[in-house]
Design a protein. Structure first.
Length: 117
């Protein structure tokens, strides 16, 4: 996957700011948690629902030393959904956006993190 930067949609970006303020967690950590939540959902997100019109993340800042792990999780999810590697970039972006929105609804404060995990 050649993606080096990721832009989130306005809704996901706004919800990340709000969640970060409520929990004290950094946006990149919230994105990682949200990405996993999105992967666990039974349906695949629709990449067309998420415009690239707001906050931009550097991929390394977003995933850090766990980049290969997150790509492997995404690849497995795509395989189980019947998609090949050509869909990795668009599905990565879609799962990050959906995940940021999901995590916002499930983390009202830092104590909710224990229940979520």
């Amino acid at each position: 996957m050649k993606l080096t930067k990721l832009r989130l949609c306005k809704e996901a970006s706004s919800k990340l700011r709000y969640s970060s303020g409520r929990t004290g967690l950094t946006p990149n950590l919230l994105c990682r948690i949200g990405f996993c939540l999105s992967l666990a959902e039974p349906s695949s997100p629709n990449p067309e629902m998420y415009q690239e019109d707001d906050r931009e993340f550097n991929r390394y800042t977003l995933l850090g030393e766990y980049d290969e792990l997150f790509v492997a999780l995404l690849r497995q999810r795509c395989v189980s959904a019947g998609m090949d590697d050509k869909h990795l970039t668009e599905m990565f972006r879609a799962h990050m956006n959906r995940g940021a929105i999901l995590v916002s609804g499930r983390l009202k404060n830092i104590s909710d993190l224990v229940d979520l995990l």
